[in-house]
Ligand binder design. Structure first.
Ligand SMILES: Nc1ncnc2c1ncn2[C@@H]1O[C@H](COP(=O)(O)OP(=O)(O)OP(=O)(O)O)[C@@H](O)[C@H]1O
Ligand SMILES: [Mg+2]
Length: 610
C-alpha cells in the first residue's frame, strides 16, 4: 500500500484551505521562485517605462542649452539612456511573457488537478446534489480564475503601483507642490475607482448570474431535446429561452450603462490631471522654478499615469469577478467530505462473505427513515434475492452495504468488521455491484469491460464479454471492442449496456456480488443464458440479487421480501409460497400461479423461440 500513488486513497485526499485567499496562495505555493522572478521583471518593465520621460527631460535640457548648435554629439548620454530603456522594456516584458508561459498552464493544471482530486472523495450524496456539468464547469472556471487573479496582481496592479510610486517620487524631486498635486490625484483616483468597482459589482454579478442561468437553460434544453421533439415543443422551447435571453440583455445593459458612467468619471479625471499638471507646471515655469526639461517630464509622467490609470475600475471589477469565481469554486468543492476513511481504517479482508445488518437506522432525510432498526444476517456463500415494491428500500439496502450512505444508527458488518471502520477502497475492491441503471464511460467497449480489472488481457476481456452474452453483439459492431459507447453508454441498447456492466463485474471477480436489477432489460432467453453463467461465476460467493421479475431470483437460496423498509418475509421460494403471504401474492400476480419451470416454458413459447 505504500506504493500507492498520491491521491489514490480516500485518506489521501488533499487537505485544502477553505479560504479564498489561502486557497490561491496554496495553488501558487509551488511557483514561488518563478513568481518572484516575474515580480522583478514586471518592476523592471514598469520602471523602464516610467524613466522614458526622465530621459526625454535630459534631452530637452540638452536641446535648451545647445543654443542652436548640433546636439547629436552632446546628447549621446541621454540618447543612450533612451535606447537602453527601450531595450530594457523589450527584454523585461518579453522575459516576463516567457515566465508567464512557463507558469501559466502549469498553475492551471495544478489547480484543476487538486480540485479534481478533492472532488473525487465526495460522497454519493454530494454528487446527487451537484450536477456533473456544473461541477466540471466550476473546476475549470476556478482554475482559470486563480490564474487571472494572480496575473491581475502581478501584471496589472503591481506595475501600476510601481508607475504611480516612481512618477510621484520623480515629480516630488521636480517640485514638491507638483508632486503632492499628482500624489493627491492618484490617491483620489484609486480610491474612487475602487469604490465605483465595488458599487458596480452587484450589477456585474447579476449579469454573470443571468449568463450562467441562460447557459444552464440551454444545457437542460439540449439534454432534453428528445422530449422537446417528441412533444413537438421546439417553438415552445425557443420562446422559453427567449424570456431568459431578454433578462440577460437587460442585465448586460445595466452593467454597461454603469461602466459608461465610470468612463465619464475617468475621462473627466484624466482631463483634470492633464490640464492641472500643464497649468501647474506652466505656473512654475513662469516663476522660474523649473526648466524646460522638468516641464516636459512632468507632462510626460502625467500622460503615463493617465494611460495606466485608464482601466483601473474595469480591472478592479474583473479582479472581483475572478476572486468571486475562486471563492465560489472553493465553496462548492472544498467542503468537508461526508464519508471518508476513519483515521485508523484497516483494509477489509473478506474471506467468507458474511453480511450482517445490526439495528440499522437510515433515511436520506433523517426525519423520514427508510430503515428503522433493520436486522438481517446473510451467511457466507448464501445467495439471496431481494424483492418488494418499488421504493421499498432494496437499492438503499445495497447502497448502505457499499457505504454510499452512512446509517444514522446501527452497524453493518462484513465478516465481522464494521464497514464504517474499513478503508472504502478495500470495501469496493471486494464487493461488486451491478447497479440498477449502469452507465458506461464514453470510452471503448474494451476499456469499459477492462475497468473491472486494470491490465486485463484481451482474452480475459472477451471471455468476460462472452460470459455476459455480449461478445456477439460487440463483434458485430463496426469497430468491435474498440467501439465507443457515447455519453453514459447511450449508443447501446439498455440490455446491451447491462451486459457490458455484467461483463465488467465478472472480470472483477469480487467475493461479494450485488445485482440490482442486473438483467431487467434483457429478454428472457438472453437472461436465462446469462443466469447460468452468472450462477457459475457466483460459485461460493455471497450474492445479493434484486429483481422485480421473480423468476430471476426464485432459484436462489433465500428470498427477503421488503415492504416499506422492513423485511416482511424471509425464506426460500418454496417456503414463501407455502406461507401464502406477500411473496405468494406477488408471485401469483406475475406468473399467474405457474411454477418456475412452467413459467420459463411459457416465456419461451410466447416469444416463439425453440
Ligand atoms: N438519493 C436519494 N435521495 C433521497 N431519497 C431517495 C434517494 N434514493 C432513494 N430515495 C428514496 O428512498 C426510498 C427507497 O428507495 P430505493 O431506491 O431503495 O427503492 P427500491 O426498493 O430500490 O425501488 P425500485 O424497485 O424502484 O428500484 C424511496 O422512497 C426513494 O424515493
Ligand atoms: Mg432500486
Amino acid at each position: 500500500m505504500s506504493k500507492t500513488p498520491e491521491f489514490q486513497r480516500a485518506g489521501a485526499a488533499p487537505d485544502l484551505p477553505t479560504g479564498t485567499v489561502k486557497f490561491i496562495l496554496y495553488c501558487m505555493s509551488h511557483f514561488r521562485g518563478l513568481m518572484a522572478l516575474m515580480l522583478i521583471l514586471e518592476t523592471g518593465q514598469a520602471a523602464g517605462n516610467i524613466l522614458v520621460p526622465y530621459a526625454v527631460k535630459s534631452i530637452m535640457d540638452g536641446v535648451a542649452h545647445s543654443a542652436g548648435g548640433p546636439v547629436l554629439e552632446t546628447l549621446r548620454g541621454p540618447l543612450l539612456l533612451l535606447a537602453g530603456l527601450a531595450l530594457a522594456e523589450i527584454l523585461f516584458s518579453r522575459a516576463s511573457g516567457a515566465v508567464l508561459i512557463v507558469i501559466g498552464p502549469r498553475l492551471r493544471q495544478r489547480t484543476t488537478r487538486t480540485l479534481y482530486a478533492y472532488l473525487q472523495y465526495h460522497s454519493v450524496r454530494y454528487f446527487g446534489n451537484n450536477f456533473a456539468g456544473g461541477l466540471a464547469h466550476r473546476i475549470s472556471e476556478t482554475a482559470m480564475s486563480v490564474n487571472h487573479t494572480v496575473w491581475s496582481v502581478l501584471c496589472d496592479f503591481w506595475p501600476i503601483a510601481v508607475t504611480f510610486a516612481v512618477s510621484v517620487t520623480l515629480l516630488l524631486g521636480v517640485h514638491q507642490g507638483l508632486g503632492l498635486f499628482v500624489a493627491g490625484w492618484v490617491l483620489l483616483y484609486v480610491l474612487s475607482s475602487y469604490g465605483l468597482a465595488t458599487r458596480c459589482q452587484p450589477y456585474a454579478q447579476g449579469y454573470a448570474a443571468t449568463r450562467s442561468l441562460v447557459n444552464g437553460k440551454i444545457v437542460d434544453a439540449v439534454t432534453n431535446i428528445l422530449n422537446a421533439k417528441l412533444f413537438a415543443r421546439l417553438d415552445y422551447e425557443r420562446q422559453y429561452l427567449d424570456g431568459f435571453l431578454e433578462t440577460e440583455v437587460r442585465a448586460a445593459r445595466r452593467t454597461f450603462w454603469y461602466m459608461e458612467r465610470v468612463r465619464w468619471f475617468q475621462f473627466i479625471a484624466a482631463a483634470a490631471l492633464k490640464l492641472g499638471t500643464v497649468y501647474y507646471a506652466l505656473t512654475l515655469w513662469d516663476g522660474g522654478q523649473i526648466g524646460v526639461g522638468d516641464f516636459t517630464m512632468s507632462i510626460g509622467l502625467a500622460l503615463l499615469i493617465i494611460s495606466d490609470a485608464r482601466n483601473l475600475t474595469r480591472r478592479f471589477l474583473e479582479f472581483f469577478e475572478y476572486v468571486g469565481n475562486v471563492s465560489n469554486g472553493v465553496d462548492t468543492i472544498v467542503r468537508p467530505h461526508d464519508i471518508v476513511d476513519v483515521p485508523d481504517a484497516q483494509p477489509l479482508r473478506i474471506s467468507q462473505g458474511r453480511i450482517e445488518f445490526r439495528n440499522v437506522k437510515f433515511g436520506y432525510d433523517p426525519a423520514q427513515p427508510v430503515f428503522d432498526g433493520l436486522n438481517v444476517t446473510i451467511v457466507p456463500g448464501q445467495r439471496v434475492g431481494l424483492v418488494g415494491y418499488s421504493g421499498s428500500g432494496k437499492s438503499t439496502f445495497v447502497g448502505l452495504m457499499l457505504r454510499n450512505f452512512e446509517p444514522q444508527g446501527g452497524q453493518i458488518l462484513i465478516d465481522g468488521a464494521d464497514i464504517a471502520g474499513v478503508t472504502l477502497d478495500s470495501l469496493h475492491e471486494q464487493v461488486s455491484l451491478i447497479p440498477q441503471d449502469p452507465s458506461l464511460f464514453h470510452r471503448s467497449l474494451k476499456e469499459n469491460i477492462g475497468y473491472g480489472k486494470l491490465g486485463a488481457s484481451d482474452t480475459d476481456i472477451s471471455e468476460a464479454a462472452r460470459m455476459a452474452h455480449a461478445d456477439d453483439f460487440i463483434q458485430a459492431m463496426n469497430e468491435g471492442y474498440e467501439s465507443l459507447v457515447g455519453e453514459r453508454g447511450v449508443k447501446l441498447s439498455g440490455g446491451q449496456r447491462q451486459r457490458i456492466a455484467i461483463a465488467r463485474v465478472m472480470l472483477k471477480d469480487a467475493p461479494v456480488l450485488i445485482l440490482d436489477e442486473a438483467t431487467s432489460s434483457l429478454d428472457s432467453v438472453t437472461e436465462k443464458t446469462i443466469q447460468e453463467n452468472l450462477d457459475r461465476a457466483m460459485g461460493k460467493k455471497t450474492v445479493i440479487a434484486i429483481a422485480h421479475r421473480l423468476s430471476t431470483i426464485a432459484h436462489l437460496d433465500r428470498i427477503l421480501v421488503f415492504d416499506n423498509g422492513r423485511i416482511v418475509e424471509d425464506g426460500s421460494h418454496d417456503e414463501l409460497l407455502a406461507r401464502r403471504g406477500f411473496y405468494h401474492r406477488l408471485w401469483s400476480m406475475q406468473a399467474g400461479g405457474f411454477l418456475p419451470e412452467q413459467l420459463n416454458q411459457a416465456d419461451f413459447s410466447a416469444m416463439g423461440h425453440e
